[in-house]
Design a protein around this ligand. Structure first.
Ligand code: SF4
Ligand code: SF4
Length: 679
């Protein structure tokens, strides 16, 4: 009896092998073929293009990179800022992963005899695929509803996306239909617990009940191959070979891995500046390989566009569109460049064909786009590279930029006011220069706004009074202080920035300065994060951090109540760039009577005042004024006062309040002014 069973068992195996072996072999051939197509296409269509770009080292900190990649891919940490699209993408992603895992396990279960009777591993794989399919269908329906019914303006729907949706749904449905048909024809032979492992396919099987039951035969298997497996392979071949939106599933993770691990918004010097023959980026191959990868990895999701102050104020800039246009440029120009010997190449100039000047100059370098991007596309460095070419090579810029640069060159401040009157504001305050102070603790870097702008001189004065009240031994550089270099660098004049910064570093080192206190987040950012590139290593602290330290140590005690409702405007270069969000709020909470309310966009999602990226020195000729939009957001929450910690923001919001006709009921203050009022 035993040997009879054994013979029967072997016979059964042989039958399974006879039926499935050609399928498995066919699958393996297709699978290997697909991998080969993928590798070839990846090298031909992507890798070669990226190699047109310049070198850039993004191969450090492997552990951090892997950690971020896993967190972004599997936990979708960058997607949850928006619940609907986040959930939608999460469901589609995990649905696809589960389907794929289940399929592989099931396929290899046949030849190793895990299917007859079905073993737990086979049944679990089947269940995983069933669940994956449902997740993908729900996520897919959400995507279709959003893209074709809600139609948010940030989404661009071309025919290839529609094709992918239809193809994807067909694959999911045929998967269930085939399994359902199998269940229907096997009928009563299905073990009862099997149904619970294939709940969805079981439901589909009910549609086939009208069919006469027939034994499961090869015909069904070949049907399955024809209507499900081959379309699936063709789908993947299409995704790998053509340029289509679904390629983000392998391009975006690569981009996430190679993401910028430095602080956002930090610009780097032009390499070999003295010997370089050209500066910035004129043509596509002058970007780095990572910047070219960025272009291809952009998913066209439009999250950046939705938060961009330039776009929202009707300027001709959308970071999404600019990235997509540059991608098209790369796809058009890249293959031509690769096919032409270097000496015969005549590449298109990006600014002549792909990016408009108004578009480029509209950027406030606020980093909102980079904060929102789920796959870490870097916009700001790319924009500044394009500006560097216009400014340093073509000398092509507006008359306002021309005047600002001239003022910076001539007088070392953007207004062009004589350097000799830089310390006029200190009259009667008893402020000493750094060299006059015995054992100074800190250098107070006043900045151009604090030195020359009447409104911001009041802020500098408040800060001095607080420092004096707390008996801090501080000094200023006086007339030796120059512009920190932020406007020149963000405008694209790297030469002017470097000469300015080097002169400042020399003076600071000459006085043995170790610790610097700044009022302005732009001075703070550049002194702290960009001067080290030129050998200027100092301990730099923003006044909100310093005031918080004084509060914590008990030296500073705001006691006089200020009974006002205030909203705090996070400056881009204090918040998004340097992650200083809580110190300003601690200061506001320390003032008795002051009630803090947040605007809709705060902390990381704060809305730019419109003055960053050198825009402080340019007029807004197109669309709504960004400062007015931000003022509207403060009005919306019924704030009486707007608190800031940045001279640019203070100016812009002060102007916004006046322009909106709210000067009677609203006012903008720097936090140091509020502290001074309260002590
Ligand atoms: S940095 Fe700001 S202004 Fe510039 S593209 Fe990004 S979001 Fe828009
Ligand atoms: S840059 Fe980022 S946020 Fe903007 S469209 Fe591309 S992937 Fe989306």
């Amino acid at each position: 009896m035993d040997s009879l069973n054994q013979i029967f068992w072997i016979g059964q195996k042989l039958y399974i092998m006879k039926v499935f072996l050609p399928i498995i072999i066919g699958f393996l051939i297709l699978f290997i073929g697909l991998l080969a197509i993928f590798a070839l296409s990846f090298w031909w269509r992507h890798y070669r293009l990226w190699h047109l770009g310049k070198d850039e080292n993004r191969f450090d900190q492997v552990a951090t990179r892997v950690k971020t990649l896993l967190a972004v891919m599997f936990a979708h940490i960058r997607f949850w800022k928006e619940l609907y699209p986040g959930t939608m993408h999460f469901l589609i992603f995990w649905g696809a992963i589960l389907i794929f895992l289940g399929k592989i396990v099931r396929l290899f279960s046949y030849p190793v005899g895990l299917t007859n009777p079905p073993q737990n591993i086979f049944k679990s794989a089947s269940f995983i695929s069933e669940v994956g399919g449902i997740l993908a269908i729900i996520g897919g329906c959400m995507a279709v509803y959003r893209r074709y019914i809600i139609k948010p303006s940030r989404l661009e729907t071309k025919s290839d996306r529609t094709l992918i949706f239809i193809w994807g749904f067909v694959l999911l449905m045929t998967g269930y239909l085939i399994k359902g048909y199998r269940i229907a024809v096997v009928g009563v032979n299905i073990p009862s617990d099997w149904i619970s492992w294939t709940p969805v396919s079981y439901l589909f099987s009910r549609f086939f009940l009208i069919l006469p039951t027939a034994p499961l035969n090869e015909l069904l298997i070949w049907h399955r191959v024809l209507i499900h497996a081959i379309p699936a392979f063709l789908f993947f071949a299409y995704v790998f070979i053509t340029r289509n939106p679904l390629q983000h599933f392998f391009l975006s993770p690569i981009n996430v891995y190679f993401r910028n691990l430095k602080l956002k918004g930090v610009l780097l010097p032009i390499p070999n500046f003295e010997e370089a023959e050209t500066f910035g980026v004129r043509e596509i191959s002058e970007f780095t390989w990572k910047q070219l990868l960025d272009l291809e990895a952009c998913t066209n999701c439009g999250r950046c566009q939705d938060v961009c102050p330039a776009h929202l104020s009707q300027k001709p800039l959308s970071p999404r569109r600019m990235t997509q246009n540059l991608k098209e440029h790369l796809w058009r120009e890249g293959p031509k460049l690769l096919a032409t010997p270097i000496e015969q190449r005549q590449p298109e100039a990006i600014m002549e064909t792909t990016v408009g000047e108004d578009e480029l100059w509209a950027c406030t370098a606020c980093m909102a786009c980079e904060e929102a991007c789920p796959v870490y596309i870097e916009q700001i460095v790319r924009n500044i590279d394009l500006r560097r070419y216009l400014v340093l090579v073509e000398t092509k810029y507006s008359s306002e930029v021309r005047l600002t640069l001239k003022n910076l060159e001539k007088s070392n401040n953007p207004w062009g006011v004589s350097r000799g009157v830089r310390t006029e504001w200190t009259k009667g305050l008893g402020v000493k220069t750094f060299s006059e102070v015995t054992d100074p603790e800190i250098l107070f870097w006043v900045g151009c706004c604090g030195s020359y702008d009447a409104r911001n001189q009041k802020v500098a004065t408040s800060m001095v009074k607080i420092l004096q009240a707390c008996e801090v031994r501080f000094g200023i550089l006086g007339n030796e202080e120059g512009c920190c270099g932020d406007p020149a660098r963000r405008i694209g004049n790297e030469y002017l920035f470097q000469t300015t910064a080097e002169a400042n570093i020399k003076i600071l080192k000459g006085y043995g300065v170790k610790k610097i206190l700044t009022l302005c987040p732009h001075c703070f950012h550049i002194l702290k994060n960009e001067y080290p590139q030129l050998g200027g290593e100092f301990q730099v602290i923003h006044h909100t951090q310093f005031l918080t330290e004084l509060l914590t140590s008990g030296k500073l005690k705001p006691t006089k109540p200020i009974n006002k409702v205030i909203t705090y405007h996070d400056s881009c270069y204090l918040g998004r760039a340097n992650q200083i969000f809580e110190a300003p709020r601690k200061i506001l909470h320390s003032i008795p009577g002051l009630k803090l309310i947040e605007m809709k966009r705060h902390h990381h999602r704060s809305f730019c005042c419109g003055a960053g990226g050198g825009r402080m020195w340019m007029e807004e000729h197109i669309g709504t004024r960004i400062n007015q939009m931000r003022t509207d957001q403060a009005i919306e929450v019924k704030a009486e006062w707007v608190g800031t910690a940045c001279p640019y923001c203070l100016t812009m919001l002060g102007d916004g309040i006046k322009e909106k006709g709210k000067a009677e009921t609203m006012a903008a203050y720097d936090l140091s002014e509020l502290v001074e009022q309260s002590i």
